[in-house]
Every structure is written in structure tokens, then in C-alpha cells.
Design a protein around this ligand. Sequence first.
Ligand code: NAP
Ligand code: G4F
Length: 327
Amino acid sequence: MKRALITGITGQDGRHLAEFLVGKDYQVFGLIRGQNNPKALLVQEENPALELVGGDLQDLSSLIAAVEQVQPDEVYNLGAISFVQLSFKQPELTADITGLGVLRMLEAIRVVGGTQNNPIRFYQASSSEMFGKVRETPQTESTPFHPRSPYGVAKVFGHYTTVNYREAYGLHASSGICFNHEGPRRGLEFVTRKVTNGVARIKLGLQSTISLGNLDSSRDWGYAGDYVAAMWLMLQQPEPDDYVIATGETHTNRELLDAAARCAGFDDWEPLVTRDPRFERPAEVDLLVGDAKKLQEKLGWQPKVGFEELVRIMYEHDLVEEAARAS
Ligand code: NAP
Ligand code: G4F
């Protein structure tokens, strides 16, 4: 039975990945922070096979202890401050967790080591936010980085640190340069879930409008369940490497609103949306669209869920959840 340690176990991707790995007969351990993390119960109930281990990406000694205790074959580093907007308000915390946290996790792996025949394999959750003010479209593994937020800058640090540990210490360390991926487990602060949840609540008569920032930015939105399969595939390869994980399609927030309004049977979303500058960013990433040819050709990965279906899955989930909450 292979053993996997996941940081960010309470997040969207951690929950999907834990489910995926249990389905592949792994023994799965999730790093949980804090002394009474309220999300521990949720993930434990959702996935009873999951074992939780205490630790924090801000604390190297806790990571060493976790790696020593778990003796993992694979470590997936998904923990981060992942909300770009928050990173502008708390840049130092973001640099510490999203950036230096990667270095600490890699150090823990280097120090504990794993066995000679079975060294620990490492996955880093890199981000398309590293491309920021994009230098070419679509973006590939060789597109230069130009981050536009403290989050993007921290991810670039984490990405190059992963490359460096691979080159300097021969670690089996790989990065997935993930474009936006969503689903019903997405946090309500992100625009897709804010829109599907808001439209569902409007449909149910629970709210009247949704307040949004920039409607013109465009994102390559995929389904989180498809993306965790790519993360696992990357660690099954004999050689570590970096791969773009993307659908190759991009949509604006206006198109997102169109799709969500169609799900609810609304002809026009304009009267339902108010604009609020508080949701705009000091520097914006205007357009992201990834080219995942390397992942498709070398690892045989393909996304299964398209944009319209993704929005429908999220909207229908939110409609049921909000109706249940209201009753
Ligand atoms: P998410 O839902 O925001 O989850 C973030 C996770 O990080 C949570 O489990 C959180 O735990 C944990 N965390 C925060 N601070 C921590 C700390 N000091 N020590 C240990 N854990 C900590 O993010 P996600 O959408 O699942 O994304 C997973 C990873 O992929 C992140 O690194 C993100 O930056 C990256 N990524 C995501 C996307 C996307 O579209 N989803 C795209 C590109 C890259 P608590 O519950 O305790 O706060
Ligand atoms: O949903 P978002 O907050 O996602 P963003 O900034 O693209 O970041 C996500 O994807 C990255 C990968 O590219 C990840 F690395 C990162 O961790 C995260 O998962 O915003 C999407 C777009 C932005 O242009 C934002 O300015 O929507 C725009 N937007 C407009 N109104 C809004 C809102 N975003 C949010 N969150 N809330 C709004 O009200």
C-alpha cells in the first residue's frame, strides 16, 4: 500500500486528491494545522479512510515530524494562501506560507529522505498566476513568468525552489502549473462559486444581486476532479518534470454569468449584478489560457468536464445546498 501525505487537505484540491488516492488504494495522510481546526471534522466525515497529522507550513520542525511519522512515498504540497485578493492585503503571510512553505516542505523531505530504493516523490501546486501579464498566448511550460500579485510572486519562488531541489539534490520533485480549476468544493470567495452560489440564491429568492469586480478578465476554467488525476500521473513517471494543467479554453466573467444565468433560466444577468470596486485588484491578470500538450502527449491526460457542464454542476449543487439551508 503506497502512502501519500497531502498538505492543504481541507482545501478544494486536497479533498479531491484524498478521495482519488483512496480510490487507488493509497493510505492517505492529511496535514492539518491549528489546535482545533474546524474543518478537520468535515474532511474526516467526508473521507473516513483519511488520517490527519498535525503540522503547519510555517513551522519546519512540524513538517519534519510529519514526514518522519508518515514515511510517505509521495508528498503533494497543496497548502497555501491561495486567494489572490487576500495576498494583496497580507503579502508577508502569503510569501511565508505560499512561498517559503514550499522550501520548508522540500527541506523536510531532504532531511528525512525516504529509503535509497524508494525516495520520497514531491508534487508542488504551481499556478498559472505566475504568467500574470502574459508574454504569449496560450501559455506553455516555457512561457516566461511575470507575476502580478504577491501570491503570484510567492508561487514563482515555490516553483523555482522545486526546480532547484530537483537539480541540486536529485529529488523526484515536479510542479503542475495549474490553471484555474473549480467545482462544488471551491471556496465561496472565488468568482465561479460566488456566481453559481449567488445565482442559485437569487433563484431561491434568498438574495437579489451579486457584487462583483472586473467582469472582463478571462480564465481557463477546468474541473478540480480532472486536475488531481494529472497531479498523481506526474508522480508516477520515472523522471520528475513540470507540466501545464489546463483545458485550452478561456472564458470571461461575462461568459461565466451567461452560463450560470442559463442554468437558472434567467434571460439577462445584467440586472442581477452590481459592480463593487472593492473586488477589483491593484494589478489584474487579464487573460489566461493554457496549452497542456505536453501533459496530453507524454502522460495521456485529458480533461473530461467542459465549461458549460462545470458551471451546471456547481449551480445545481448550490441550488440544492442553499434550499436545504433555507428550509
Ligand atoms: P484552497 O481551497 O484555498 O486550500 C488551501 C489549503 O491550504 C487549505 O487546506 C488550508 O488549510 C491550507 N493552508 C493554508 N495555510 C496553511 C499553513 N500555514 N499550513 C498548512 N496548510 C495551510 O486551495 P485549492 O484551490 O485547493 O488549491 C490547492 C493548491 O493549488 C494551492 O496551493 C493553490 O495555490 C494551488 N492552485 C490552485 C488553483 C485552483 O484553481 N484551485 C490553480 C493553481 C494553483 P486551512 O483549512 O487550515 O486554512
Ligand atoms: O476566482 P478568482 O479569485 O481566481 P484567480 O484570481 O484567477 O485565482 C485562482 O486561480 C489561480 C490560477 O490561475 C490560482 F493560482 C489561485 O490560487 C486561485 O485559485 O478571480 C478570477 C477573476 C479575476 O480576474 C478577478 O479579478 O475574476 C475577477 N473577479 C471579478 N469579480 C472576481 C470578482 N474574483 C473574485 N474572487 N471575486 C469577485 O467578486
